[in-house]
Design a protein around this ligand. Structure first.
Ligand SMILES: [Zn+2]
Length: 238
């Protein structure tokens, strides 16, 4: 397991940042500093303000991921499960379960809580940004740009996580729905198959639109396969 540093504790859960996170944080800050408005701060004259706002946005982006994971964790605890820790890493975050909850309806609530919290934050931030900002995003106060970008990213995070493909939350919601009517391994197999179909579709889309989508598709495909193997290993060993 990668090295991680503990930065605090929220609702009794240790929050850790993975060493890979420390590499990706400046990369995100650089990304925001190089994008033009309203998705970045490239237009700002003062270098200090530009990079400070970019770093602030990158940090708040990971705070958003933390809130998403805390929403999963809150319901896990409410339903009698337990969480070992929340880790922030290269690709976002993960709540590491100590004791999982298995009843399908509770699982659906736990998993859906993440994307729902992201979408709610996204809508709220976009609303706040557009209501409080007196002038257009192009010429307005740069701080509102931070609010707008975070709103946009949270909304994207929430909606993208609902794609029914592992490791996205949507894949877990789909499996939980399927497991109401069938055995857990069968439900996983079906959810994995649907996830792979989505991965192929995203991959094909990536060939025409953006090479990044192709990488995401490969990541989803790989994770879907891994999830299937993991579940089969745990449930069919004895
Ligand atoms: Zn999630």
């Amino acid at each position: 397991m990668n090295k991680a540093y503990r930065i605090g504790k929220i609702i009794g859960i240790p929050i850790k940042i993975d060493i890979s996170f420390l590499i990706v944080l400046p990369l995100f800050a650089w990304f925001f500093s190089s994008q033009t408005q309203p998705f970045g701060f490239a237009g700002i004259q003062s270098e200090i303000i530009k990079y400070t706002l970019s770093l602030l946005t990158a940090i708040l982006l990971f705070v958003s991921v933390l809130v998403h994971e805390l929403a999963h964790s809150y319901f896990t605890l409410r339903f009698g499960g337990s969480i070992k820790e929340i880790r922030l890493h290269l690709l976002g975050g993960a709540a590491v379960m100590k004791q999982e909850v298995h009843e399908p309806l509770k699982v659906i609530t736990i998993v859906a809580a993440g994307p729902v919290s992201s979408i709610m934050m996204g809508v709220l931030l976009l609303f706040l940004g557009s209501t409080l900002n007196p002038v257009s995003l192009k010429d307005g106060n740069s701080l509102f740009l931070v609010v707008f970008i975070l709103g946009y990213v949270n909304l994207f995070l929430g909606i993208f996580n609902l794609v029914p493909a592992f490791p996205m939350d949507g894949g877990r919601i789909l499996r939980a729905f399927l497991s109401i009517h069938m055995d857990y391994v069968k439900a996983t197999e079906k959810a994995v198959l649907i996830g792979k179909i989505f991965a192929v579709l995203i991959g094909i889309l990536g060939l025409f639109i953006d090479i990044w989508l192709l990488l995401i598709a490969l990541y989803i495909y790989g994770n879907a396969s891994r999830e299937e193997q993991l579940v089969k290993m745990i449930y069919r060993r004895y």
